[in-house]
Structures are given as C-alpha cells and as structure tokens.
Design a protein around this ligand. Structure first.
Ligand code: MN
Length: 742
C-alpha cells in the first residue's frame, strides 16, 4: 500500500479507538482534501508535505481531542499555503472546522521578535487570547511540536529562531495549559539547537551511565513496588531520569556538574484514590529518609495549571537522593495532558462536577455553566476568555502593547508617549488608514502618523479612548495648552451651575467670602478654578457643591436645618444612650451595615488596623469624638488583655445588619519570591476576580522576597476568601494574609 495512505489509516485507527461513533468517510475526505491541496509541495526533508498535517493530527489524536480538531489539524496549513479558502472548508467540513483552521492560521501569521521577558508574557497572552477556542492553541502547540521534531532539515538560522520562539512562547503555553509531556519535549528539542554543546554533553553523560541509571531505577522501583503490595496498596510505580532541559537548568542555575545534581531521578507512584496517595507517602517516608523542606502537597493546594500530586525528596540506601511523585490516575492524566485531559474526561463523564477544584478560572466557570449540555456542545462552546478584558497589539517594530479591551488607536498612541498622542494626525491598522474610533483587535499592527503641525487632541477623543492613561494625558494637554479657552468654558459652566443652585456670583465672590471659598475648593484664584473645570479636572457641580457647603458654614444661607446638619462631626461626642443626630450622609446602621447594641443612631467607622468585612466576627469601641470604631474580634488592638480597665465600658457588642454597603475596604498583604511580573500577575488576578483595588504597592526585600500590600473593596468575607485563594495560586507566592493590628 502507498505509505502515505498507510499512515492515514494508522491515524484513523487511533482516532476510532477513542471515538466509537467516528464518521470515517468524513475523516478520509479531509485527508484527501488536504492531500490534493498540498499536492506537489515538499517539506525541507524532501517528504511530501501531507506528512506534516498527518503527523500533527496524530499528536492531536494522542491528546484524544474531538474529530473536528483532528480534521482541523489535517487542514491546518491549507488556508495559509494552498488555494483553499475559509468558505470552501466551511462548506465541506462545517463552520466549526473552518473556524479552527482559521484560528490556527491567524496564530501562524503572528510575527515574532525576541524581546525582554515582559514582552514575552504579553505575546503568550496574546496567542492564547487570539485563540478564543482552546482547541486552536492546542492544535498550534501540536503543529509546533512536529515542526520541532523535524527541525534538523532547516537552516541553522531558522533552527535558532524557531527554538527560541518555542522555548519562550510555546513551552510556557504548554506549561500553562498543564501539558507537561509536550512541554518537556518542546524544551528538550529547543535546547538541542539553542545550546548544542551543552545538550550533547548532558546527553552523552547520561548515555554513558545509562546502565548504572537503569540499575538504580529498577532497584528502587522494585523496592517500592514490593513494600506497597505488602501493604495491600494497588499501584503502578515507575522511575525515570529527569528530562535534559530540567537537568541543564539545574546545572546552570546551581553551577553544578551532572554528578552534583541533587535529584536526577524521579519516581512516580500512581494509585486509585486520594487516601491511598497519603498512605503511599507514609510508606515512602518510612522506607527512605525524607529530605527536610522538600515535601509539597499539590493535592491539597493544586498548582494554577491544575497539576496535582504529592512531591517528596528522599535519600535511598545508596545515599542518592531522588524525588517521588504520588498521584491518582486522574491526576496523572491531567499532569500529562493538562486541559486536554480535562475535557476528554468531561466527555466521558458528563455528570461529574469539577467546579470545586482549583483550576483555570475559565475552565471552572465553563464547566459550571456547561453542566447540563452534552459533551459535543461543551467542546464547541469552550472559549478562552482568560484575557477578555485586555487586547494585545503590535507596534510596527514588533513590540507588544497591552491595552484594555475596546481600546482605539488613541489609546495606543498615548500608551507609546503623550507626545505621539498629541501630535497624532492619522492611524493605520495592518497597513490601512482607519478612523480613530476603530476598536483594536488582538494581533493588529498599529502605526500612528504624527505631524509637527498637528493641532493636538480634540475633546471628542476623551469619549473615544478606553484607558485612563490616554484620558489623563489628553486632559493634561488641555490643561496646559488651552488655558484661556478653559477659563472661559469653565467660568460659563460654573456660573450656570450657580444659577441652577440659586446662588449669585456676586455673593460668592464678595470680598469677605472669596478667600474661604477658594480655600474650600483648593484653588489659588478664581481663574484657576475655572481652568480646572474647563479641562475636566473637576466638574462645575462638584465645585458648586463645595461652594454651597462653605456658604452654609459661613452662615450666608438661610437654611437652619441644613446648617445644623453640616455641623462638623468632630464636635459631637458620642456616648452610649446619646441621641446625637448623625452627621449627613452617615446616618446610622443601614449606611455602614453595622448594628451597635444599645445605640440607635451613631457614627460607625471601620478600624484601619484590621479592616473588617461582613462575615467577620466584630466588636465595637466607642471613641471620644468620632463614633464607634469597629474592629475584627481577633484584632490585637481589640484583644481583651490589651483593653484598658478604665475603658472597659466603652467596648460594645456590634453585629452586621442585613442591609450592608455594596463594598467594604480591606487590606491584604502578600509575600512572595521576588520576580519580574509579580505585580502584574497580582493585578491581573485581582482584575480577573473583578474586585475594585484602591491601593496596590509592592516592595522588594533585600533577602529576595517581595511584599505586596493592597487595599481592596469586597462585598464580604466569602468574596475575600475567594480573592485570597486566587492570589495564593500565583507563581512564587507563599503567603497571603489580611493585615491586622499594626
Ligand atoms: Mn504546520
């Protein structure tokens, strides 16, 4: 038989093995279509081109993806390299397949230039965000794997370029999607071209000692197996030497020779359920001496990419340390195939809930919302919305710029530099002139045209831009460049607002009043106030509200009740039983969400030291002059032993009311290993969790760790717990705690 046809039949067999209802004719049609489309094309190896799509489809089939993915893999280079079109593929194989092929094609077109780490991270996110459908990125990763496997036929320049791209983009993506097996292979293949000497050295040394390695692996495996079967534990044990790139990295970062590498070997014990995992751990620690500080429980706390296992490093009789990973079969599948395993699993067990595990946020969300739909629909609607609130675009020289979703060329221009934005006269997207309101899409190449004679931004731009950065820079420009104009427009707005509030300009600017007014609005002169209103630094209604307050205070308005209400809160002392009127805007329990026992209406403040949120047990302290200060019951400042005797009766019982504020401010402190991109990851996690951030600051400590302090606004303790959990999953983070008592 024709060897290509033979290879196709092997693929068909592989797919049929996990797809009972396989439509073999449809698959065969896809193969024939691709074969015809690539007819006459050769790979660098001299083989017919069709070998590549078949090989990619085989790798996709190893992941046991659905048939549409297999067909898309067969067709993945058709749009890019042959006369095929989206429409034709859609007509022959359905819109889903056409979408997948189109998605892979788009990723193929992304140009890549080596950049610093932050740029790399953006590029990875961009690829994932562009994929939309998770299967697109999976097929692309498989495509890259086969290209790396056949890289020997490329020129040395191409080998280096592709290897670097693989090491910096695709291996991390495979890691993020939890596909360890593919990640390792990509890393090893890349290393072979990036440092051929280093790679060969390790490869040869490992080969030289392979007999010794095999012997050691077999002996330890046998001992573990024997002991566990004595214990009646049903399990599979195997050992391996770690993959070359991980050894290489250790040799480099720890500056060691192969002989000095601490744990060259890794053993796996795979069991049926979680309790068995811990039983096995007990046995292993009984058999071998554990190395202190090397035990990690990724079952209790899975890695962000869903990885779960128990890890421990132990020292055997021979004095050789090795790592043991203990996991269930399900965890094993996830570790090897990552997100692909997950939905394969989901296809088999449609009724299983996976929502309680810590996984990719979007996977979890999708699984929850898809519980009732069938597997087919689940796969087709599984979209990557991990970065849906961001968009990633290119500068003409290949830098990636990260903007909020919905951003326009105006945002882009001001992101580059305010001078670029202020002198912008036109914008091109992917080589074409576009209007300023054009919404940028992932992967767009954006070019801004500037001119020295540009008139500067227009006020309309404030409505067209999406980022605060652009908005602020535009306002800055108006503030500086258009002072006269601003004063005029500001004055007009101010006067109209005054009339609206039945105040006269003359009354406000009277000699004995004006200094107080200016002090209140924090401006040096009336012109300054007008200018500020004119460029949008403040609004006329805010300014007039302050003016009004000040007029009230000065007794210039005939409004007795209002005057009483405006009495500064510092003047009222609140004691139990007092019925002092609450200051305006602070009235009683419904405003703060706190009920103070024995006190009807009183001013409530939340203690800055421990920032309680609904759900926390709380206690109140009646302060002198500013109401009841609410602490968390476990705040050190509220601890019974710290309470002064003479103040004993100032401590009161408080509780949460049914009606609460929409948000409560609370402070968190996160400690982590210091690394690039930490703050970005924290900010991303917070944005993904949709919590409002009032403050965020990071400090690097001299001992190589970093502390991030943040003030968040959350609804209650449950929401906060979710946020803490999410922050704890960020790479390198070891502790997230609520700030307390300092
Ligand atoms: Mn390809």
């Amino acid at each position: 038989m024709d060897p290509i046809l033979e290879r196709y039949h092997a693929l068909e067999k592989k797919v049929a093995a996990y797809t009972p209802s396989l439509d073999t004719q449809r698959l065969f049609d896809a193969f024939t279509y691709a074969d015809a489309a690539h007819h006459g094309q050769l790979r660098k190896s001299g083989e017919p081109y069709i070998i590549h799509p078949i090989a990619v489809a085989e790798i996709v089939a190893d992941l046991e993806l659905d048939v549409d993915s297999i067909i898309a893999a067969l067709l993945h280079d058709c749009i890019e390299d042959t006369a095929s079109t989206h429409e034709e593929i859609a007509k022959k194989f359905g819109p889903n397949v056409a979408e997948l092929v189109e998605g892979v094609t788009k990723l193929t077109r992304v140009q890549y230039v080596t950049k610093e780490e932050e740029q790399m991270e953006n590029l990875r996110k961009m690829l994932i965000a562009m994929s939309r459908d998770i299967r697109v990125i999976l097929i692309k990763v498989c495509d890259r794997l086969h290209n790396m496997r056949t890289m020997e036929y490329q020129s040395p320049k191409k080998q280096r370029e592709k290897s670097l791209e693989t090491m910096e983009i695709y291996a991390p993506i495979a890691h993020r999607l939890g596909m360890q097996r593919i990640k390792w292979e990509l890393e090893d293949l890349s290393l072979r071209y990036l440092d051929p000497v280093g790679y060969k050295e390790i490869e040869e040394q490992l080969a030289e000692r392979s007999a010794a390695h095999e012997e050691f692996l077999a002996a330890v495996q046998h001992r573990i197996q024997q002991r566990l079967s004595q214990e009646g534990i049903h399990c599979t044990v195997y050992g391996r030497v770690k993959h070359i790139y991980s050894i290489y990295r250790k040799m480099f970062t720890q500056n060691k020779t192969l002989d000095e590498i601490f744990d060259l070997y890794a053993f796996r014990v795979i069991v049926d359920d979680i309790p068995e995992c811990y039983n096995v751990l007990g046995c292993i620690h009984d058999m071998f001496k554990p190395v202190l500080g090397r035990f990690k429980d990724y079952i209790g706390t899975p890695k962000p990419n869903m990885y779960q296992s128990l890890h421990t490093t132990v020292i055997g009789r021979e004095g050789i340390p090795f790592e043991v990973q203990i996991r269930t079969w399900e965890m094993h599948q996830t570790a090897e195939y990552g997100v692909a395993a997950h939905w394969k699993y989901k296809q088999g067990l449609a009724d299983r809930k996976l929502g309680t595990e810590q996984e990719f946020e979007w996977v979890r969300k999708l699984l929850e919302s898809q519980q009732d739909t069938d597997a087919e629909e689940f796969v087709s609607t599984m979209k990557v919305d991990l970065f849906s609130d961001e968009v990633f675009v290119f500068t003409p020289n290949g830098d990636v710029v990260n903007l909020p979703a919905g951003a326009t060329p105006i945002d882009f221009a001001y992101n580059i530099h305010s001078a670029v934005g202020n002198s912008m006269v036109g914008a091109r997207v992917n080589g074409r002139m576009v209007p300023y309101e054009t919404v940028l899409k992932n992967g767009d190449i954006v070019e801004i045209q500037t001119s020295k004679s540009a008139k500067g931004p227009s006020r309309d731009w404030l409505k067209l831009c999406k980022s605060n950065e652009a908005r602020n820079k535009i306002r800055q420009w108006f503030k500086k460049e258009r002072r006269e104009e601003n004063i005029a427009t500001g004055r007009a707005a101010f006067e109209s607002e005054l009339r609206h509030c039945k105040l006269s300009l003359a009354a406000v600017t009277a000699e004995e009043v004006l200094p107080h007014i200016l002090h209140k609005v924090r401006c040096g002169s009336l012109d300054e106030l007008y200018a500020s209103i004119g460029y949008g630094g403040t609004t006329a209604s805010k300014a007039v509200a302050r003016v009004r307050d000040e007029m009230l205070r000065l007794g210039r308005l005939q409004a007795e009740k209002a005057a009483a209400a405006a009495r500064p809160i510092e003047e009222s002392v609140i004691v139990p039983g007092s019925s002092a009127a609450p200051p305006p805007g602070q009235s009683a329990k419904s405003d703060s969400g706190i009920i103070v026992e024995g006190l009807g209406n009183c001013l409530v403040k939340f203690a800055k030291c421990c920032t309680p949120v609904p759900g926390d047990p709380v206690v109140g302290f009646i302060t002198r002059g500013y109401g009841v200060s609410v602490h968390r019951a476990d705040c050190p400042n509220a601890a019974p032993e710290r309470r002064k005797l003479e103040e004993a009766d100032r401590w009161v019982k408080v509780s949460w009311a049914d009606s609460k504020l929409p948000n409560y401010k609370t402070a968190l402190e996160l400690s982590s290993k210091d690394r690039d991109g930490l703050t970005l990851d924290v900010a991303m996690a917070l944005s993904a969790a949709k919590v409002k951030v009032s403050a965020l600051s990071a400090r690097s400590m001299p001992d190589g760790h970093a502390v991030v302090n943040m003030v968040l606004e959350v609804r209650d303790k449950d929401e906060l717990a979710g946020v803490i959990n999410k922050l704890g999953g960020i790479q390198g983070v070891y502790h997230v705690a609520r700030s307390s008592g300092k």
